[in-house]
Design a protein around this ligand. Structure first.
Ligand code: TEU
Length: 580
């Protein structure tokens, strides 16, 4: 049976510091800006705030390239500001989770500078260096294997000074740490303790399942034209992963710290080994099967199509799997690495945008697991405007990919347009436009009014006059209040929504409706129905759920707990319900 724990009952709000609130008018969000909006975050009703990286970094990958693990990136603020943020959250009964990026560092980190300085450096073995191979026919210098970086091209970069390649699964500015080296493991444990002793309540661990690579770093299977190949099977959940996570888990346990591992490309069995409640490793983990529905198997920018039926099967799989194995789900549909859910999975047209956001909130907020909400998701923020040119895009993943598209398809405007459409649908820039606080021209309240001559680091979405915090908080029918009520309702009925059982309905019925039951013992049960149809439909209540209906379909506000009983009463006799 699932043991009760504060982190199972909590909901988490993810903040992207560069885009949340700029307090000093330099065009970049910062920590004092976040502190100035803690009352807003509290009003939403979340319990934990997770900040994407705020540590010292050359910002090659927006801070996911750390150059000093014990220093705050100065444009975000000082260590005192960071302490004040932690205190501000604690004073309001909330907790602070830090983004821990330890699969790799920045190439500007002193560790890497020493490592690349010479083959005899005491830091040489902190990273993954290998000699070149030679092309069988041409004798041309080749990388040690055919692994492809997630940011396009080879995952190896040649270093002239020491005449070897170094591995980087991401940008060449993000060299992978060598976790086989006990000194690396010790240095990471020191960083974890440093921040826990500073009052941080836990960590989100960046691509933590990649830290153990398959010995010998073998070539990946050839699945597509060209030399470089997707190679996750050789570094996802490698042979020593759970040994490393056991060590980290022991430290976290000393502090009763929160943990969520980001585990792309991981199989359910491996995730369960990381999050099983008796395992002593992590509390929960992000898996990316939902994020993969509408992207191709050979990469997020290849063609794919979203399907509610596929979503239904993935949700059912993970809910059932974790609940029956005493694991735990990290529930999310939006973060800083993907498109906005209303545009990607529903509709961001004026008529359907708020309804879509409410429907998606219902669908996510009442599943079993810890709920994660990304900044702006509560406002139904949408994907970038179609007419924005590539000059507006800032994300290295997208820009590197676009470079390869122009190289591989020069003059093929159709192909180029197809990829442009993919960037707009699933690209990471979509969730990195500044938070829209009010309808004030020209910066939507993201920057101080006296900074009109400064351009924000990322353009503000032009729909901010209508879609912003001020309007959402003032409008009882907004998706902001819907999320607020959903989180409140979830807390009111933890026995159902946190600890209750889960049962998906109509699992084999091809329909645009995802309906599931949460239950403890009758009559405390709930039926959550989400319609992904753009039209209003009538939906027959399956016999299984007939006797009890918690109508959270999008056209009714989320009721508070006592109203819910009367609400249920007048549905009991009905055969079907109207879903908007
Ligand atoms: O992301 C890893 C990850 O799974 C996604 O970025 C996804 O793999 C990527 O978009 C390629 O499809 C984490 C961080 O969230 C991301 O922002 C970093 O860029 C990345 O790791 C490297 O640190």
């Amino acid at each position: 049976p699932i043991k009760r724990a504060w982190w199972r009952e909590a909901s988490v709000y993810q903040i992207y510091p560069a885009s949340f609130k700029d307090s000093n008018g330099d065009g970049l969000g910062d920590i004092p800006g976040i502190i100035s909006e803690l009352e807003y975050i509290k009003k939403l009703g979340v319990d934990i705030v997770w900040l994407s990286p705020v540590l010292q970094s050359p910002q090659v990958d927006m801070g996911y390239d750390v150059s000093d693990y014990k220093k705050i990136y100065p444009p975000y603020g000082t260590m005192a500001d960071h302490d004040a943020l932690i205190k501000g959250l604690h004073d309001r009964g909330m907790k602070y989770v830090m983004d821990l990026v330890v699969n790799h560092t920045s190439d500007q980190h002193p560790w890497f500078k020493a490592s690349r300085s010479s083959k005899t450096s005491s830091y040489r073995d902190w990273y993954i260096w290998r000699p070149a191979r030679r092309h069988a026919q041409t004798g041309e210098r080749m990388p040690p294997n055919n692994w492809e970086s997630f940011f396009s091209r080879s995952a190896w970069t040649w270093d002239e000074t020491t005449q070897e390649y170094y591995l980087h699964l991401w940008a060449s500015g993000q060299p992978d740490l060598n976790w086989e080296n006990p000194q690396v493991v010790e240095a990471v444990h020191d960083v974890i303790r440093f921040w826990l002793n500073r009052g941080v309540d836990g960590f989100r661990m960046d691509v933590i399942n990649y830290i153990s690579k398959e010995p010998g770093l073998p070539n990946a299977k050839v699945r597509k034209p060209g030399f470089v190949q997707k190679a996750a099977e050789h570094f996802s959940c490698g042979p020593r992963l759970h040994e490393y996570l056991q060590d980290i888990g022991k430290i976290l346990k000393e502090y009763d710290a929160f943990s969520v591992g980001e585990m792309p490309d991981a199989e359910p069995e491996d995730i369960l080994k990381a999050v099983g409640q008796e395992r002593g490793e992590l509390a929960m983990a992000f898996q990316f099967e939902i994020d993969s529905i509408d992207v191709g198997p050979s990469g997020r920018f290849e063609q794919g199509t979203f399907s509610p039926t596929v979503l239904k099967k993935i949700v059912n799989k993970w809910q059932t799997f974790m609940l029956s194995n005493s694991g735990w789900n990290a529930l999310f549909m939006e973060n800083h690495d993907m498109g906005r859910t209303v545009s990607r999975y529903a509709s961001d047209t004026p008529a359907l945008r708020t309804l879509s956001a409410k429907m998606l909130a219902n669908h996510l907020a009442f599943q079993s697991g810890t709920v994660f909400l990304y900044q702006g998701q509560e406002l139904a923020m949408a994907n970038l405007p179609r007419e924005w040119g590539m000059d507006k895009y800032k994300d290295i993943e997208c820009l590197n990919h676009w470079e390869t598209v122009l190289e591989n398809y020069p003059g093929d405007l159709l192909k180029q347009q197809m990829y442009r459409e993919r960037y707009r649908l699933v690209g990471r820039d979509n969730t990195r436009t500044p938070m829209q606080w009010n309808s004030q021209y020209p910066h939507a309240g993201f920057m101080p009014t006296n900074s009109d001559n400064t351009v924000p680091w990322m353009p503000i979405h032009p729909d901010y006059p209508a879609w912003n915090v001020a309007n959402a908080v003032a409008d009882p029918g907004s998706s902001f209040h819907h999320w607020r009520k959903a989180l409140k309702l979830r807390k009111h009925h933890m026995d159902i929504f946190v600890y209750g059982v889960f049962e998906m309905l109509n699992i084999d019925v091809e329909e645009n409706v995802i309906a599931y039951i949460r239950a403890v013992t009758e009559p405390s049960q709930a039926l959550i129905v989400a319609s992904f149809s753009a039209e209003e439909i009538w939906w027959k209540i399956p016999q299984r759920a007939r006797h009890f209906l918690l109508d959270l379909s999008t056209d009714t506000t989320i009721c508070n707990s006592n109203a819910i009983v009367s609400e249920l009463g007048n549905y009991a006799s009905r055969n079907d319900i109207r879903l908007v």
